[in-house]
Design a protein around this ligand. Structure first.
Ligand code: MN
Length: 338
């Protein structure tokens, strides 16, 4: 079978690998049909992902058709269309025992810590596989994973009706979070450095957009919120300075959601937390969000087509990676077809 493999940083090959044979009792074999390219795939390619081990078949945003099931499998049957939750947890550690398996102490992400979905066939635990209505095209079903990140962020930030949410950054995660925050009844203001990306956000339902230049974030936010400020700030830019801004612009008693994985420090003083009595919360991957996300897709409540900007055949993966790196104004979610 073919697989997109990163042999070592900066070296991607279309590998010919043996097709996995058979499934364990609780495993499912999947014929992969589509897989989205994520910023973290680009990082593994560039050699800047701290979790990556090489060689690696990447890809954690994927979907396909069930080819074979183990004898104890009950969740899906042969021929079902499925999306894959890439979070693999141990089930025994403190996090897993408290129901928060997405921060498992032995956490593995399919496509990062172990070989992923940029290949024709993969065998996975039954519990990572979610059935979806076959009316959802595969290139859209592949966005279930980034939507699960958005759902987790909104859950962690307790986004609800009456909230004014500021989302910093219009990348795929910003747009997924935007759509789910809107679904939860919030008003959303979103920022970016590129007008083309703000246009896409308006199309996804953003009520306010701010093209960042110089120090205009705070005055523009004041203008758009009548000086009230956002009740929730979600930082998808994840730079040291964006987190500092998130603290600065949050309303008193506001909530700040942090998703970055950088080890670089931000300059935040204790008084920045205390004075406004902020609730600051991390959000990582997703915790049982696939069921809701797929149901919302089936009900037409999400617009994955507004995210998916390009589809490439899998053998053109390198071209797709180049496009993402060179043309950020045109690109949102790029999907590989298998
Ligand atoms: Mn991703």
């Amino acid at each position: 079978m073919k697989a997109v493999q990163i042999v070592k940083p900066q070296q991607m090959i279309l590998a010919e690998l043996p097709e996995p044979q058979g499934c364990g009792a609780h495993e499912v074999k999947i014929r992969v049909k589509a897989a989205g390219i994520c910023g973290s795939d680009i990082q593994i390619y560039r050699g800047t992902n701290p979790f990556a081990v090489y060689p690696r078949v990447i890809g954690h945003e994927f979907c396909g058709v069930v080819e074979e099931t183990g004898e104890a499998v009950t969740r899906v049957s042969k021929g079902d269309h499925v999306a894959i939750d890439p979070v693999v947890s141990c089930g025994n550690c403190r996090a897993c025992r408290s129901g928060r398996h997405n921060v498992c102490e032995k956490l593995e992400v399919i496509g990062v810590h172990r070989d992923g979905g940029f290949c024709d066939y993969i065998v996975l635990p039954e519990k990572n596989v979610y059935r979806a209505d076959p009316s959802i095209p595969f290139d859209l079903l592949a966005t279930a994973e980034p939507f699960s990140i958005g759902a987790q962020i909104c859950w962690r930030g307790q986004v609800s009706q009456g909230d004014t949410v500021l989302i910093m950054g219009c990348g795929p995660i910003g747009l997924c979070t935007l759509q789910i925050a809107r679904l939860r009844g919030a008003r959303v203001i979103i920022t970016d450095l590129l007008e083309e990306r703000l246009e896409r956000a308006r199309d996804c339902g953003a009520e306010g957009t701010i093209l960042i230049s110089g120090g205009n974030l705070e005055p523009e936010l004041d203008r758009l919120t009548d000086g009230e400020g956002p009740t929730v700030v979600i930082d998808t830019v994840c730079s040291p300075s964006s987190l500092e801004q998130a603290f600065r612009v949050s309303r008193p008693a506001g909530r700040v959601v942090v998703i970055g994985l950088t080890e670089k420090t931000s300059q935040i003083a204790q008084v920045d937390f205390t004075k406004k009595e902020l609730t600051v919360t991390g959000s990582r991957l997703n915790r049982h969000q696939f069921g809701d996300v797929i149901r919302w897709m089936e009900e037409g409540k999400l617009c994955p087509e507004k995210l998916r900007s390009h589809v490439f055949p899998a053998q053109d993966a390198e071209k797709a990676f180049q496009l993402i790196q060179e043309r950020p104004q045109e690109v949102c979610k790029v999907v590989l077809a298998f």
